[in-house]
Design a protein around this ligand. Sequence first.
Ligand code: ATP
Ligand code: MG
Length: 318
Amino acid sequence: GMTDMIVTIGETLAEIMAEQTGHGFREPMALRGPYPSGAPAIFIDQVARLGHPAGLVSCVGNDDFGMLNIERLRRDGVDVSAIRVAPDQATGTAFVRYRPDGERDFVYNIRHSACGLVSLTDQALGLLDRARHLHVMGSSLFSFRIIDEVATALKHIRQRGGTLSFDPNIRKEMLDIPEMRAAMEMMLQHCDIFLPSGPELMMLTDAKTEDEAVREILGAGVSEIVVKRGARGASYYGRGETLHLPACPAQEIDPTGAGDCFGATFVTCRLQGRAPRDSLRYANAAGARAVTVRGPMEGVSTFAELDAVLAHGAGAAA
Ligand code: ATP
Ligand code: MG
């Protein structure tokens, strides 16, 4: 039967990062990794760390990068039964290097890795039958086939009265894939909770200002918009309620994954019945804590750790 489970669907990656800042990867350099990664994987690991039922539909290769992820997710309490192990593909990878200005350069192998084989297996359908909420990342919508699978997953969730959250998570490297924009617009139209980062709020609308975008999106039937603003905190727009909260003070070491931890915490809190303000506070704390730890999934938090951040700031908890 249906449980409170939150399910994500999409890419699982091994992430390898340059130790020093700089531009790109055109010379030998010191690298650190592999770390478990992939936006849907980070999101669902954060849900599980909050003690909430969580499951991931994904695909990895029969290799150490896949096992690294499966073992971490399982240890943190994620239902990994719907992570397929594809025998003939390697697990997806992302090489990341920070530039001095905080921007990032990536070398991805996603589309042509095991990630490209994400599909609704019997295990995945079984998981969705028990789920109450589906979270979708724009970064996962990189092929017609996967877009179809995500749409089918959404139909399953809806048939059972479940809800959808959507984080457009636009990576500039993926914007040139033509089918992505249409799929993103479809997800935006169908979601209950929309979780853009600053400029993404307007990217899928005709609006010229943030206020116009908020009105357009709420007018189209989305219940709640949460805008992530990095070190400037976050905003909440619901029907009849607007909130702006500053970020929790934190010493930023590695921002990758902050948005995923933030979103997972907000969605989990709302599903658990917490009010928007309380949910936004916890989400800010999760994002702040995530940036203080090196590695995309290393900075996930328990509620006890979030309470410590809210009491003392993120430096003390790291
Ligand atoms: P990602 O690169 O992971 O996709 P994002 O753009 O989705 O990131 P951000 O806005 O960078 O998400 O971060 C999400 C949240 O994390 C912010 O709204 C804020 O609450 C928190 N956060 C991010 N950076 C900092 C920081 N330097 N100090 C404190 N909190 C931060
Ligand atoms: Mg993001």
